[in-house]
Write a protein that binds this ligand. Sequence first.
Ligand SMILES: Cc1cc2nc3c(=O)[nH]c(=O)nc-3n(C[C@H](O)[C@H](O)[C@H](O)COP(=O)(O)O)c2cc1C
Length: 393
Amino acid sequence: MAEWTDRPYRSLARALTRRTVLYTEMVVADDLLHKDHDGQFLLLDASTQESPLVLQLGGAEPETLMRATDVAVSSSHVNYEEINLNCGCPSAAATCCSQRYGASLMHDPHGVATCLRAMARASPNAPVSVKCRLGTNERNGYKLLSDFISIVSSGAGVRHFIIHSRECVLGGFTPKQNRTIPPLRPRWTHQLKQDFPDLHFTYNGGIKSLEMAGRHLLAPHNGIIAEYGSYAGLKEHESSGNEKADEFQWDDLPAVDGVMIGREAYQRPWLLREADVKIFGEDRNPGLTRRKILEDYIVLGEELMEKYSNIHGHRKKGTPGYSTRNLLKPVFGLFATERGGREWRRILDKEWVGGGKLGVREPSLRELLEVHELHLDHQAAMDAMPSELLDAE
Ligand SMILES: Cc1cc2nc3c(=O)[nH]c(=O)nc-3n(C[C@H](O)[C@H](O)[C@H](O)COP(=O)(O)O)c2cc1C
């Protein structure tokens, strides 16, 4: 997710779950090719500890996408799990002709297949995959979606599709509206699995908990039902209330192969801590406390701050070019939904605003989270959290 699943966030998520596949922010192919070496490094920076990691590219031009894939695969020391093409982004820029990417590509499935063939040529080890919507306001309906899958899978050998199970409205809606207003139709993704049993489908859209994710991964013909233990009995569906109920029934259809969690995993990352056991059937979760996660995160933050500031150069008035704010964002939600979660957020905001004024030195991540002496009435956020929360696994 753009500006969200950056390297700091991914490292936080990885501390909570080892098995969950993580996705990069979308990297626009054209942008990548126009950067110098340092600029490319900033767009692609990742650690091997983030694996399994998928790189997402945006673009619509086969040659550009091939060269961008080549740059990414050859310059990164991470072995990407997949190279994914974005066919779901609704943003205004996504329809602009010079840098077309996103959902409008769904209008041209043969063109998408050509792009993916080109990307696959540059990525001998990591397969290419597609993230798309159900369609757009201009071209929609299950038949067109199914044609899209058929053409792209047969034309480019793509085996994995991530389906954000709502249409995309091109023009008119903001990206945020496009993630909330068009109704979710989860059943369609399960229908795709029924119609294309040899392909892998990952359901995406509106998942708020591992329990909800589990319901998509369970189905009568799912042979590994026992591994999901307590999810097996779940029947009740969770819709936001404005969708037709039958879109939320898929008991008669096969389970999908995966579930992608977007906003909730960013705004409430703690939910990921049980994914390894509950979703992947591991014996243990990483089991780190928030305190340990934050201590490690501060160390990583200091490394990244130094590395990125060296490349970005320094902003005026002594503040570094790479902002502490970038490091702070992923931890805002670490206590979300807990008693004390608001207080955590409030202190971070207050201290940030207090320390981050123009001309005042930016507070460091360590100062904000754990050091007491920033200024007289400074409160370090970790001090304000009860140890039951900080030290709970
Ligand atoms: C801030 C933000 C940035 C996003 N950026 C991308 C992106 O770069 N590529 C992409 O495929 N989807 C992107 N998305 C969409 C999400 O991946 C996901 O499809 C959508 O939020 C629905 O899933 P959710 O209901 O679990 O959040 C973004 C969403 C948000 C909130």
